[in-house]
Design a binder for this molecule. Sequence first.
Ligand code: 6GU
Length: 246
Amino acid sequence: MKFNIITLFPEMFTAIDYGIIGRAKENELISLKFWNPRDYTEDNYHKVDDSPYGGGSGMVMLVKPLQAAIQAAHQANSDPALVVYLTPQGKLLNQELVIELASQKNLILVAGRYEGIDERLTKIEPGIEISIGDYVLSGGELAGMVVIDAVARQLPGVVGDADSVKQDSFSSFTGLLDYPHYTRPEVIDGHVVPKVLLGGNHAEITCWRRKEALGRTWLRRPDLLEKIELTAADRMLLNEFIENIE
Ligand code: 6GU
């Protein structure tokens, strides 16, 4: 999968040259290509922004350099590419949207800076707008890296164990938060590992993990529980969890 990134700061994206995503790049399961709007300016100052019509603080990104960079990215791809504008005004990113994006061959991620982008760009170069949460970042780059990481994990061969992708927190596979994890040692400052995990009874462990996942989701993210259909067995496990809360 190809990620074409429109950004004034391509160097920021070295932050994802590590771990699973770093390996996916090395193995050419994904590629990142950068298009700097500054390289598509035609004036001597290489101006990419200007003050807002109507007044107010901050600067607004010019249409022309962004448009030229997006068009160059389109022309470099033989397959059609979906344009994604990274903006706090966009649709909130969730795992369902991540999986949708992972079905694309080519994405053009547009990372804005300053107060935003001249509204007319999205009319000239249509695309979708995505936000990664209800807070304000200084630019779309960090959000773009979040999108790349989450999307790349869905591609075949990127995560070693395909099952672990399906079991992740928020995977649309379970729709639940993840169960708690433990590793050695068995006791730390008097805090013990739940007994069931030491017993080796796999059916019991699966049951316990499901109960914990249901219980945590009920406690921390009741909104997620409303979106999924619980089986009769799930309801019993959740009731057990609720009854046993201290
Ligand atoms: Cl995509 N961009 C910016 N600048 N801020 C954000 C965001 C994106 N998502 C949440 N906050």
